[in-house]
Design a protein around this ligand. Structure first.
Ligand code: KG4
Ligand code: ZN
Length: 347
């Protein structure tokens, strides 16, 4: 299909993200972010996790108002858009389907190219989101990224904007789940990661100890520590019914410190093995204040150059999809309208 806007001087990318429970649209002009609007779904809080059917229904309700807000904030009209970039996966099929179908209809109606984006690549390329009148420090190639989210825990080697090599990953749960499930055990609402972070700031991180899995590779495993946490809380509440209330800050601080130590231990090993000292973190859990400060400390010790995304680009957002779409657009990596969402999508 011949697309009318490919030769336009300004490259204006519309990014769309709907892989889980955030509906987000962003506008990027010549690599600079003009807007990034997100609707969060509070409906899942009461269930202690994302309910896929409810998530896709809310995406359907939110996507047009979110797009309208993003266009308005960017002062851009639909007719000016050069291409639409959309998350194809990994994620919840029903959620992905809403964003992808919407992107396809825009591509068809506006006669502009469709660019499919891997959500995990998007998290990593969040390091290249450039805002107006702001020069951010960007990693140079090759760099490593510890990608930590609700569904993934990976160490990835990046050799250029579109070349990713998976060096390590979790063999079971993601670290975000380890945060969220512990929070649920503590009676906190979903998503519990930010709350554990909040209470951890007030607690003693050395008070309680948890086991570290001994794998022979640089991969991670979080299911054991999650179970150990459950048993620990069950035992302690048998002895003292008020154990959680009386020790919430120390429990959160100790558990969070344990997870961070484990994440950074393998990252250090991979850095030594690859001799790469450009180190980045990405994904929802990279918003964690403890992880951010411990990474800086470890980086100082090992002469790393460390890069941490702004808070709003750690959790799911369309700006990261738009920037990934921009690099793919430069390479003319477009896709056809026949593509389907991929609930699992290797990086
Ligand atoms: O990347 P993301 O927004 O969605 C996925 O792609 O999964 O990550 C969501 C995860 C959730 O598990 C949430 O609890 C966690 O990121 N998270 C945090 C913090 N902020 C978000 N975990 C720990 N500390 C935080 N401050
Ligand atoms: Zn994500």
């Amino acid at each position: 299909m011949a697309h009318k806007n490919v030769e336009n001087k300004d490259i204006i990318i519309l990014g769309i993200e709907s892989s889980c429970d955030d509906t987000s649209c962003a506008i990027l002009k010549n690599g600079v972010l003009l807007s990034n609007c997100t609707a969060n779904q509070s409906i899942h809080e009461q269930y202690g996790g994302v309910i896929p059917e409810l998530a896709s229904r809310d995406h359907q309700k939110n996507i047009v108002p979110v797009l309208t807000a993003a266009l308005k904030k960017a002062n851009v009209t639909l007719s000016q858009i050069s291409a639409v970039a959309v998350t194809r996966g990994p994620g919840l099929s029903g959620s992905l389907l809403v964003g992808l179908s919407f992107a396809k209809s825009l591509s068809l109606a506006l006669n502009i190219p469709l660019v499919e984006v891997n959500h995990m690549q998007g998290h990593i390329l969040a390091h290249f989101i450039q805002e107006e009148n702001q020069n951010i420090k960007q990693p140079s190639f090759p760099f490593l990224c510890l990608t930590v989210s609700g569904g993934h825990t990976q160490i990835v080697k990046i050799t250029d904007h579109l070349s990713f090599e998976l060096l390590a990953e979790t063999e079971d749960d993601a670290v975000g789940e380890a945060f969220d499930k512990a929070a649920k055990i503590l009676g906190l609402p979903y998503p519990g990661g930010p709350l554990i972070d909040k209470y951890a700031k007030l607690g003693d991180a050395t008070k309680y100890k948890f086991p570290t899995p001994q794998l022979k590779t640089n991969n991670y495993s979080f299911s054991g520590v999650k179970t150990a946490f459950l048993y620990f809380i069950q035992e302690q509440t048998k002895l003292n019914a008020n154990f959680i209330e009386e020790n919430l800050n120390d429990i959160c601080a100790s558990y969070q410190a344990h997870l961070i130590k484990y994440l950074l231990k393998n990252l250090l090993t991979v850095s030594k093995e690859t001799n790469i000292k450009q180190i980045t973190i990405a994904g929802g859990v990279s918003a964690n204040s403890g992880l951010r400060s411990e990474l800086e400390l470890l980086g100082n010790k090992h002469q790393w150059q460390t890069y941490i995304p702004k808070f709003e680009y750690c959790t799911d957002n369309a700006a990261m999809i738009a920037i990934t779409g921009y690099y793919k657009f430069l390479e003319q990596e477009f896709c056809g309208l026949e593509i389907a969402p991929l609930a699992r999508y290797e990086i």
